[in-house]
Design a binder for this molecule. Structure first.
Ligand code: NAD
Ligand code: GLY
Length: 369
C-alpha cells in the first residue's frame, strides 16, 4: 500500500455528550498526541492479540503520553477468544494492576478484540473509558463504530453484550497492508453493505473502484472507509440502540449468521457469510418483485470483484437455514424479520415474506461445489 501523508479525515458520531470522533488516515498509530485527549486518567491498558501485538503494539504504545502507566494484555487470536472467559482475563489484569475508575482500555485489533474489550470496559467498575484502534477493514468500517460490544455464548454469537460507546476511534489505514487478502475481502462485504442499504452512488463508485480497493490503493481505501463510517455514524446517531433504522445494518446477516453457525464459527469468515447472505437477500427481494434480474446481477458481480462467495455452503438445507434464522435477535414474537432491498441503495425491514417464497429461495439458491 502506498504510504501517503495526506491529511487525516475526522468524522463525528453525534450522540450528545457521548459524541466522539473517528480519525482516519495513514500513519495515525503512534502519532504523539492522538490518544492523549481521550484518556480518562494516567492508567491505560492496551488489549490486543498474538497476531496484532508483534505488528502494532509498540507503535500504539508510542502514541501514549510519556507519563502514562501502561499495561498490555495479549490474548490468543480468533473468534473463540471472544468469550466471557477472556473478558474475565481482562478484568483480572485490571484488578491485579490496581486500575481504578479513571483507567482507559485501548482495543488494538479486529472486531473480536474491539467487541470484547468494549464489553470489558462497559462492566469494569460499572463502566470505564475505552478507545477503539481497529486494524482490520471490517473493524474500521463497522465494528469499531457505534458501541455494540459483547462476546459469544456457546449457544449463540454476540448473545452477551452492552451498548457502550468508545471515546475515539483511531483508524490507521496503513495497518491494512499486513491484512491477509481473505480478511480484506471480508471487510469489503461490509463496505458493499453500506452502498446497498443507503447509497446507490457509493455502490456505483464501488463498482469502478473495487480493483483499486483490492490492491490497497490508498486514496480509494480512505474514501471507502470514510464513506462507510459516515453512513454508519449517521445511522447510529439516529438510532443508537437499534429500535428502528439501525437494523438495516444487518443486511445479509440473518442468512450469514445461519451460515457461520452451521459451518462452525471460523470456517467461513463473518464477512464472507454476510457476502453470500446479501446475495440471498437480493435474490429474495427480486422474488418479491422489488429488484430485477439486472440488479441482482450487479450485486453478484460486485461480490465476485471483491472475491466474496456467491453461493451457500454445500449440504446446507433450507431447514438448516430456518432453524437458525428463527433465533435471530431481530425477530419479534417469533415473526421472522429480514432486511431486504426495495431498490439498490434502499433497504427495508420486512416481516411479511410468504413462507413458501422464503422456502423456495432457501432451496433453490446455488450451493458450493
Ligand atoms: P478478527 O478480529 O478475528 O480479525 C481477523 C484476523 O485478522 C485475526 O486473525 C486478527 O488477528 C487478524 N488481524 C487483525 N488486524 C490485522 C492486521 N492489521 N494485519 C494482519 N492481521 C490482522 O475479525 P474481524 O473480521 O475484524 O471482526 C469480526 C468480529 O467482529 C466478529 O466477532 C463479529 O461478530 C464482530 N462484529 C461486530 C460488529 C459491531 O457492530 N460491534 C460489527 C461487525 C462485526
Ligand atoms: N454491525 C451492526 C451494527 O452496528 O448495528
Amino acid at each position: 500500500m502506498t504510504e501517503t501523508l495526506s491529511d487525516p479525515r475526522t468524522l463525528e458520531v453525534a450522540l450528545g455528550e457521548r459524541s466522539y470522533p473517528i480519525h482516519i488516515g495513514p500513519g495515525l498509530l503512534g502519532d504523539p498526541g492522538r490518544l492523549a485527549p481521550y484518556l480518562a486518567g494516567r492508567q491505560v491498558m492496551i488489549v490486543t492479540n498474538e497476531v496484532v501485538a508483534p505488528l502494532y503494539l509498540e507503535r500504539c504504545r508510542a502514541g501514549l503520553p510519556a507519563d502514562t502507566e501502561v499495561r498490555e494484555l495479549v490474548l490468543p487470536d480468533g473468534e473463540a477468544t471472544k468469550s466471557l472467559a477472556s473478558v474475565e482475563r481482562i478484568w483480572d489484569a485490571l484488578l491485579e494492576a490496581g486500575f481504578n475508575r479513571r483507567c482507559t482500555l485501548v482495543a488494538l485489533g479486529g472486531g473480536v478484540i474491539g467487541d470484547m474489550v468494549g464489553f470489558a470496559a462497559a462492566c469494569y467498575q460499572r463502566g470505564v473509558a475505552f478507545i477503539q484502534v481497529p486494524t482490520t477493514l471490517l473493524a474500521q468500517v463497522d465494528s469499531s463504530v457505534g458501541g455494540k460490544t459483547g462476546v459469544n455464548h456457546p449457544l449463540g454469537k454476540n448473545m452477551i453484550g452492552a451498548f457502550w460507546q468508545p471515546r475515539v476511534v483511531l483508524i490507521d489505514t496503513n495497518t491494512l497492508a499486513s491484512l491477509p487478502p481473505r480478511e480484506l475481502s471480508a471487510g469489503l462485504a461490509e463496505v458493499i453493505k453500506y452502498g446497498l442499504i443507503r447509497d446507490a452512488d457509493f455502490l456505483a463508485w464501488l463498482e469502478q473502484a473495487m480493483s483499486d480497493l483490492r490492491a490497497l490503493e490508498a486514496a480509494a481505501l480512505t474514501r471507502a472507509i470514510e464513506r462507510s463510517c459516515t453512513l454508519k455514524a449517521e445511522i447510529v446517531a439516529e438510532d443508537e440502540t437499534e429500535q428502528g433504522v439501525r437494523a438495516l445494518l444487518n443486511l445479509g446477516h440473518t442468512f450469514g449468521h445461519a451460515i457461520e453457525a452451521h459451518q462452525g464459527y471460523g470456517a467461513w469468515l463473518h464477512g464472507e457469510a454476510v457476502g453470500a447472505g446479501m446475495l440471498m437477500a437480493a435474490e429474495l427481494s427480486r422474488r418479491l418483485g422489488w429488484l430485477d434480474d439486472g440488479d441482482v446481477a450487479r450485486v453478484r458481480a460486485l461480490l465476485e470483484a471483491a472475491e466474496l462467495p456467491r453461493v451457500a455452503p454445500a449440504g446446507m438445507g433450507a431447514e438448516d437455514f430456518l432453524s437458525r434464522m428463527r433465533l435471530d435477535k431481530k425477530n419479534i414474537d417469533s415473526r421472522l424479520r429480514l432486511i431486504l432491498l426495495k431498490a439498490l441503495g434502499d433497504a427495508c425491514l420486512h416481516d411479511a415474506t410468504p413462507p413458501e417464497t422464503l422456502h423456495a429461495l432457501l432451496t433453490q439458491f446455488p450451493r458450493d461445489g
